[in-house]
Design a protein around this ligand. Sequence first.
Ligand code: PMP
Length: 362
Amino acid sequence: MQPKPNIVHLPVYQPGKPIEEVKRELGLTEVIKLASNENPFGSSPRAIEAINRELANISIYPDGAAVDLTNALAERFGVQSDQIIFGAGSDEVILMIARAFLQPGDETIMADQTFPQYRHNVEIENGVCVEVPLKDGTHDLYGMLEKVGEKTKIVWICNPNNPTGTIVTADELEWFLAKVPQRVMVVLDEAYCEYIDDPSFPNGLELLKKYPNVVLLRTFSKIYGLASLRIGYGIGRPEVIRSINQVREPFNTSRFGQAAALAAIGDDAFIDSCRLANREGLATLRAAFERLGLFAFPAYGNFIMVDVQRPSQDVFQALLRRGVIVRAGHRHYPTSIRITVGSAEQNAKVIAALESALQEVA
Ligand code: PMP
């Protein structure tokens, strides 16, 4: 049995190390994971209640089209219901977009250090990835525009960018969208947008009204704290969403994911408190990095990338020994680590651990 030649070289996804594994391997009793940009405050209690209610229906298939959740989000965002599609995380929406729109040889443009699932799914479809280097950790929209050609089908813009945390501004994006031919889909991955209150951050929904080729990606995994339930979504023009729907698995999101998401969007107070705590956490981490003489990129989501001026894998291991899991090994940033903003207590722990790790790795 031979797999498709274009998948043979693909890596199997390596998630952030699980806490229990680290405890076992290193004989530690307390370990914190600030590696996967999860919400340190969990989720809204309303989501938990909704899941408990759904337990009674565990043997019944979910509503494949997620009608109630679709309608609730459509009302919230002022779009039509046929403009929204759900996936098992926005990961699956990325997969469905590639599946529905890419033929072998089609080109897609992305930053050279960005969310890896774009490349992964393009390669599975035998598409071509054209990479454009980040500039100061930020998407170089001018450079990306220069690469748009006859074969370009999709441009992926991760905003804020994972792993650097930087954003493209509304003005920059408008400039770009006005110049890109409308036959090219522009995917704006806004997985962390709910954390942002900076007025220069683009309003994706407004852009979508103006530019029919825009598709927004969002998720309940981050500020909503529902990562384990695997529910994310795309918003676009009805005809685009219809094409994505045509390749969707019949029951791709669970009853629990849908019910929890529906309950979670009704709890703005929880989201506001998470946004506020995240902002404070970012400020605490940034101040500590300054004190330690370390450069960190501007951060807008719930994570921050800091240059530890040493091989990132060495610092990663030293932090692990101190019971803190972070992300290292970013191809173009070999001396930087990405740290998820935690609770105040977790932030204090990672700062202390980093200070001591830097002395060890010196
Ligand atoms: N996009 C970005 C930029 C992300 O960082 C992530 C999660 N790491 C995702 C999409 C996928 O999130 P999920 O599949 O959990 O919705």
